[in-house]
Design a protein around this ligand. Structure first.
Ligand code: NAD
Ligand code: TYD
Length: 352
């Protein structure tokens, strides 16, 4: 594999796993990680690969109309893997415009830069847009799944902004012939997950004996996938997916929030030497999220049968690994919860 690949949002949770996979697996690629280092971006996630010769970090904002075309001009990208986004549903409820700015306008700005830089000669080029299953809306408890043909029906400002970006990606294919590919993935979990999302938040609170906030009655269902398996799926789709196609990615692993929290409490009681049942006493039912989607569940059979991907890890094993990671990376957790990680930026990044 040869060429220069732009990965956006590579300092975030999923992006950092994708960057690491590409930089270490494909030494012939030059990987440019573009990230604005918002509260969710953390260069500590990538300190193990920061000095590798095929890795370049650039601090910059995907919404910057002057800078993004300059970046394409400077690096002559052969491909783009676009992950940069505002990603937290609760934040989208309090600050929807930030989501429209980054997820919609930022994506369009990248699409436009790619189209102009590649000058309509798209041979060998690929624009891969990483999206979410939340664009499909919510399922009932009826055994149905989201497929690639499920009608879009987003409910939160986050999912609406991602749905909008997906539409623009397809519009650039239909209108200009830009060679795009899209994937829509279910909820991820694993190392380096920012502790505002359910699993790392619960791990952190259990550890510190703080209340574990469960929205509503904890009846909502999510389909959890190990982040490294998502990164592997992105690798597979980027290299073997068909232009213009969409691929759903999921773990076939549905959990009610409350059952998941009980499971985590049980694992952590064991690992922390607490009496079984002790951490579960921290569970606190709180006011439900506005517009809270009931159930997500992905049918990933297209990706499995056409491209041969499948999840590598059982959920229980993945949760154990994740808890172990958080327990042995106390400094990472302290840094992100104290805001100290943003100081790390000042000394680590190279200004463009
Ligand atoms: P994250 O919030 O952990 O990371 C997002 C990254 O994007 C951060 O490093 C942040 O600094 C960067 N960023 C934000 N705004 C930017 C801007 N304007 N310019 C440049 N960089 C910017 O998110 P994540 O959970 O890693 O999600 C990555 C992608 O995967 C998103 O597109 C998300 O919609 C999608 N996705 C996430 C999940 C999930 O479970 N987390 C599931 C499916 C799809
Ligand atoms: P989250 O991790 O925010 O992901 P998403 O909203 O994208 O699915 O939330 C996962 C589920 O957990 C969702 O049903 C909301 C719920 N939740 C809680 O019950 N308590 C919390 O503190 C958080 C952050 C989420």
């Amino acid at each position: 594999m040869k060429g220069t690949i732009l990965i956006t949002g590579g300092a975030g949770f999923i992006g950092s796993h994708v960057v690491r996979l590409f930089v270490t697996k494909y030494s012939g690629y030059r990987i440019v990680n573009l990230d604005a280092l918002t509260y969710a971006g953390n260069l500590e996630n990538l300190k193990d690969i920061a000095d590798l010769p095929n890795y370049i970090f650039v601090k910059g904002d995907i919404t910057d109309e002057k800078f993004i075309p300059e970046l394409f001009n400077q690096y002559k990208f052969d491909g783009v893997i676009h992950l940069a986004a505002e990603s937290h549903v609760d934040r989208s409820i309090t600050d929807p415009l930030a989501f429209i700015r980054t997820n919609v306008f930022g994506t369009c700005n990248l699409l436009n830069a790619a189209k102009n830089a590649w000058k309509d000669n798209f041979e060998g080029k690929r624009f891969y847009h990483v999206s979410t299953d939340e664009v499909y809306g919510a399922l009932e408890f009826d055994g149905t799944y989201f497929t690639e043909n499920t009608k879009y029906d987003p409910h939160s400002p986050y999912s609406a902004s991602k749905a909008s970006s997906d539409h623009f990606v397809r519009a650039y294919l239909d209108t200009y012939g830009l060679p795009v590919v899209i994937s829509n993935c279910s909820n991820n979990y694993g190392a380096n997950h920012f502790p505002e999302k359910l699993i790392p938040l619960a791990i952190n609170n259990i550890k510190n004996k703080k209340p574990i906030p469960v929205y509503g009655k904890g009846e909502n269902v999510r389909d959890w996938l190990w982040v490294n398996d998502h990164a592997r799926a992105i690798d597979t789709i980027f290299h073997n997916g068909k232009t213009g196609q969409t691929y759903n990615i999921g773990g076939n692993n549905e959990w009610k929030n409350i059952d998941l929290i009980y499971k985590l409490c049980e694992i952590m009681d064991r690992k922390l030497g607490r009496a079984q049942g002790e951490s579960a006493q921290l569970i606190t039912f709180v006011k439900d999220r506005a517009g809270h989607d009931l159930r997500y569940a992905i049918d990933s059979s297209k990706l499995q049968s056409e491209l041969g991907w499948k999840p590598s890890l059982q959920f229980e094993e993945g949760l154990e690994k994740t808890v172990d990671w958080y327990l042995s990376n106390q400094e990472w957790l302290d840094n992100v919860t104290s805001g100290q990680y943003q100081k790390y930026y000042e000394v680590q990044y190279t200004e463009r």
